[in-house]
Design a protein around this ligand. Structure first.
Ligand SMILES: [Ca+2]
Ligand SMILES: [Ca+2]
Ligand SMILES: [Ca+2]
Length: 376
């Protein structure tokens, strides 16, 4: 019997302990609904969902019968390297909500509607999670004031007249600050809880923005940002189903700049072959850093096989009083990785030493909020 089968490794005994073992192993006595039996044989892994298991029989072979079909899977015991039981990921495992496939409704979000350069119309979409709740992707947009472009390839260089730039008054007794912002692809800026404005171009071309406002210290900056997408709900773009990347750089004339002192939290992660790669921490933070940025659902151009994770935006995220102490620090990326376009490279002097920031995952984290409070 099995005890004498030396080819089984320690893993097996972990699995073995979970199973109701006899000549026929009956799973009715153990709750394996959320588990998967993995059999590793000759370097190849076979995964069987516990819910699909009818029986497992050991003789000289390991024979697995399915509940859903007449399928019988057999392994030569001498060729089995190990057996493990892993917890399968189900919707109930996550604080985030899981959707699968592309949006079931879409609408145009763009302000710019035509362009002679590289132009992709910005569309928004709605995807439903398993419980039927709708999520706007890549993020819900504030349809208010659009910030002037510093640079927009559609309309030519430097479309903002900085001498006549309007000053948006947030606090009448505050100081006047000018901000320069270059985002891949879209941002909204909130200062001291007030919506200052939004990026004119949600998707491409890659523009940059300039905005002047009056605000009083301590000043809380909050960017709501999206890596825009064409295949809405699955985080991919173009006919190639490319996984798009993101990032933002900004400099404020009071010396504030984007850097690692900002906080960054993700609210929409896609595309994923399996949401199990996303780590959710007890403090409510999460990271997709362990997830591949080249999922199979992308490389096989199969958006219907892609998953996404969505998280609700907490009340008051833009306010000075909002507690972001648990949020992860922003990650810094090199210029080569971020690959800024002319909206930045033609105006390096204005952006000074602002750094390229995002959450830890520039590829899969598509809706991100970045925050920083400056005290003077
Ligand atoms: Ca933009
Ligand atoms: Ca992306
Ligand atoms: Ca992008």
């Amino acid at each position: 019997m099995l005890h004498n089968t030396r080819t089984f490794k320690t893993h097996f005994y972990q699995a073995y302990g979970l199973l109701c073992f006899a000549a026929v192993i009956c799973f009715a006595h153990v709750s394996l609904d959320a588990q998967t039996l993995n059999v590793y044989s000759k370097g190849k892994a076979t995964a069987i969902k516990a819910s699909d298991l009818r029986s497992v029989k050991f003789d000289k072979t390991m024979t697995i019968q399915s509940t859903t079909s007449a399928t019988v899977t057999s392994f030569e015991l001498s060729a089995v390297d190990s057996i493990t039981v892993t917890a399968a990921q189900t919707t109930t495992t996550y604080k985030g909500s899981i959707s699968k496939g592309v949006a079931d409704s879409t609408w145009v979000q763009a302000i710019v509607t035509s362009c002679t350069g590289m132009f992709t119309l910005g569309r928004s979409g709605r995807v439903k999670d398993a419980s039927g709740v709708s999520w706007v992707v890549p993020m819900a947009v504030n349809a208010g004031r659009a910030i002037p472009d510093l640079y927009n390839p559609c309309s030519g260089n430097n479309t903002a007249d900085t001498s006549n730039l309007e000053t948006f008054v947030i606090d009448p007794d505050g100081v006047v600050i000018t901000a320069y912002i270059h985002a891949d692809n879209y941002f909204e800026l909130y200062v001291n809880g007030t919506f200052v404005g939004r990026d004119r171009v949600p998707f491409t071309p890659f523009n940059s923005s300039i905005v002047r406002f009056k605000a009083k210290y301590p000043i809380t900056y909050a960017f709501k940002c999206a890596d825009w997408e064409e295949h809405l709900g699955v985080g991919m773009e173009y006919d190639t189903y490319n996984v798009g990347d993101a990032g933002i750089v900004a400099y404020f004339s009071d010396g504030t700049k984007t850097d690692e002192t900002w906080k960054a939290q993700v609210f929409y992660i896609a595309p994923l072959d399996n949401p199990a790669c996303v780590v959710e921490n007890a403090d409510g933070t999460r990271t997709s850093i362990n997830c591949t940025s080249k999922p199979t659902c992308s490389s096989t151009k199969n958006p219907s096989g892609c998953y996404a994770l969505h998280y609700p935006v907490p009340e008051g995220w833009e306010l000075r009083t909002f507690d972001d102490s648990k949020w992860p620090a922003a990650s810094i990326f090199t210029e080569a990785r971020f690959s800024p376009k002319e909206g930045y490279t033609n105006y390096r002097g204005l952006f000074r030493d602002g750094k390229f920031i995002w959450t830890s995952n520039l590829d899969l984290d598509n809706f991100v909020i970045l925050r920083k409070t400056v005290t003077k």
